[in-house]
Design a protein around this ligand. Structure first.
Ligand code: HEC
Ligand code: HEC
Ligand code: HEC
Length: 462
């Protein structure tokens, strides 16, 4: 009897001592350090790099059978979701951390999911305690306000992952006028039938509402056309990011055999030179006259005007409480809760990162159709295994107008696209009510172009 009490007493003392040690080693960084250095310390202690980089230094026991396999699987799975190595380098060098990474770190911190329990139970000191959580969230806020705020949000929304769209500024209006004409000019195609606007009609949301676009001589491409509205905000252009900016992008279609079918700019320039009036206007702005360079420069300048601020959601973020209904506000909360804002983030709600299509489950084999090179995404350009099926995250601005959805154009309705996203990017099947709520919110993202609400004349034909 006495002995067992003694044993029990020892047991309790041992557990108590372990608990004290456990929490003792989980101390937060010194508040005397700069916030960013406190964050670095937490990320280092949390072992983030060991599961979120492409070539982590694995612990010695990763060579053990069974447990080693588990460690390797976590590391492989972790980096598939999120690669933190660049961000930690930037952080250490005082360079701003990508806003998508901030949104992801913030969400996993709020949810308390990182590091995984199986990690912090073995690596004492790595757990994100409430104090460390507070530090990370303050650091995210500091980064956001310093690097990504455009000053348009009401004070209470200044630290939201999504910010209102800023109208364009510092435009060269002469170039814009030339670019607008060129954007609508079919002489940019070999047989004068196709202009940029053929596939990116500004009256239909900057898209053609087709699964695949029809180019010259009735030929079809193999990937859905994204909208040109707000494309200025994208960190790179195209689904696979093969153009660095709008000017580089604009050089693509004219020489694409399916889209506009020219062999060289000379073909286009000969035709434009026949147009005395336009040539005179053009040469006033570009003394070197027509070149691939000057033509695409003008088009890119025009595209910088294709910005759509002041959607109802933006008015709400700017402080107009009546701009959204209760249920639309609820839809926004759900959108964030379901991780959507971790990729569709920033003022463009996308366009700032490459992310994997099919984080949970194999979208491509479940889809059924044969996998095409377009499905390879970023891999097309880099041939790096890591980039397979990674796409530049598309914008959700004006999303109600730009059906069908996804790079393969397979989602005909917004409901379908959101359902697919939730299953493959968040591992969850939404209820009908949740789905309707998120779609209701997405419908508030239609902005104003030249002061008028953007519309799509194809809606009447639906
Ligand atoms: C033992 C490995 C491991 C460690 C350590 C770890 N993670 Fe993770 N992390 C994972 C795995 C696995 C996933 C995918 C979780 C899932 O399937 O839902 C993940 C997911 C994430 C995501 C979600 C990305 C997304 O898809 O939106 C973020 C952000 C993240 N981790 C950040 C961190 C941070 C910050 C740390 C350090 C404090 C950390 N992780 C430590 C394994 C790890
Ligand atoms: C035949 C239809 C067609 C024509 C003509 C066309 N585009 Fe596109 N556009 C597309 C398709 C399809 C894509 C996506 C291709 C890809 O990502 O590989 C695209 C992509 C873009 C993008 C990238 C948007 C983003 O979010 O990545 C911009 C910007 C753009 N086009 C502008 C233009 C301009 C400017 C012209 C005229 C010089 C033009 N397009 C002509 C179909 C067309
Ligand atoms: C891990 C990053 C990530 C998360 C989380 C995510 N998305 Fe996406 N989203 C993407 C990518 C990448 C695509 C493009 C996929 C493709 O075309 O195959 C996309 C495409 C879309 C599209 C289609 C856009 C278009 O123009 O074709 C919609 C709508 C969308 N997402 C909504 C959502 C919603 C709603 C959620 C939350 C349930 C969500 N996304 C969560 C990365 C993400």
């Amino acid at each position: 009897m006495k002995k067992s009490i003694l044993f029990a007493g020892c047991g309790v003392a041992l557990v108590g001592a372990l608990a004290i040690t456990y929490y003792g080693v989980n101390t937060p960084p010194s508040p005397e350090l700069a916030l960013s250095n406190q964050a670095i310390e937490i990320f280092n202690e949390g072992g983030c790099i060991s599961c979120h980089s492409e070539s982590p230094t694995l612990p010695f026991y990763s060579s053990f059978p069974v447990i080693g396999e588990l460690v390797k699987k976590d590391a492989k799975d972790g980096v598939k979701h999120f690669n933190i190595s660049n961000e930690l380098n930037n952080l250490a060098n005082g360079i701003e951390v990508n806003k998508v990474a901030l949104a992801k770190i913030e969400k996993s911190t709020i949810d308390g999911t990182m590091p995984l329990p199986k990690y912090y139970l073995v690596h004492w000191g790595s757990q994100t305690t409430p104090k460390k959580k507070e530090i990370i969230l303050n650091w995210v806020k500091e980064q956001r306000l310093a690097n990504y705020s455009n000053g348009l949000s009401a004070a209470e929304f200044a630290n939201e992952p999504i910010q209102p769209i800023a109208p364009p500024k510092d435009l060269n209006m002469e170039k814009v006028a030339l670019g607008e004409m060129l954007f609508h000019d079919t002489r940019l195609s070999a047989n004068n039938t196709v202009s940029c606007a053929t596939c990116h009609d500004l009256a239909t949301g900057g898209v053609d509402n087709l699964r695949f676009s029809e180019g010259i001589n009735g030929q079809f491409g193999g990937v859905n056309a994204p909208t040109v509205f707000n494309s200025h905000f994208n960190f790179v252009q195209f689904w696979d990011g093969r153009a660095a900016d709008l000017q580089a992008q604009a050089a693509g279609p004219p020489m694409n055999s399916i889209e506009m079918g020219n062999k060289s700019w000379d073909e286009v320039i000969v035709k434009l030179n026949d147009d005395n009036k336009f040539t005179e206007q053009f040469n006033k702005v570009y003394p070197g006259s027509y070149t691939g360079e000057s033509i695409t420069d003008a088009i890119a300048e025009f595209e910088r005007t294709l910005i759509t601020p002041d959607s109802r959601f933006d008015l709400y973020l700017k402080g107009d409480k009546t701009a959204l209904s209760e249920s639309e506000i609820h839809g926004y909360e759900l959108f964030k809760q379901q991780d959507c804002a971790t990729c569709h983030t920033g003022s463009n709600m996308g366009g700032y990162s490459y992310d994997l299509m099919g984080l949970y489950g194999d979208y491509f084999s479940n889809r059924g159709d044969e996998i095409t090179t377009e499905d390879h995404g970023r891999f097309k350009e880099t041939k790096a295994e890591y980039d397979l099926h990674r796409f530049k995250v598309p914008t959700l601005r004006n999303i109600a107008l730009t059906w069908p959805y996804l790079h393969d154009g397979t989602a005909e309705s917004l409901e379908e696209a959101v359902d697919v996203m939730s299953i493959y990017q968040n591992n969850k099947t939404l209820t009908e009510v949740e789905l309707a709520s998120i779609v209701g919110y997405l419908n508030t993202l239609t902005g104003k172009y030249n002061g008028k609400e953007l519309t799509n004349t194809n809606i009447q034909k639906l």
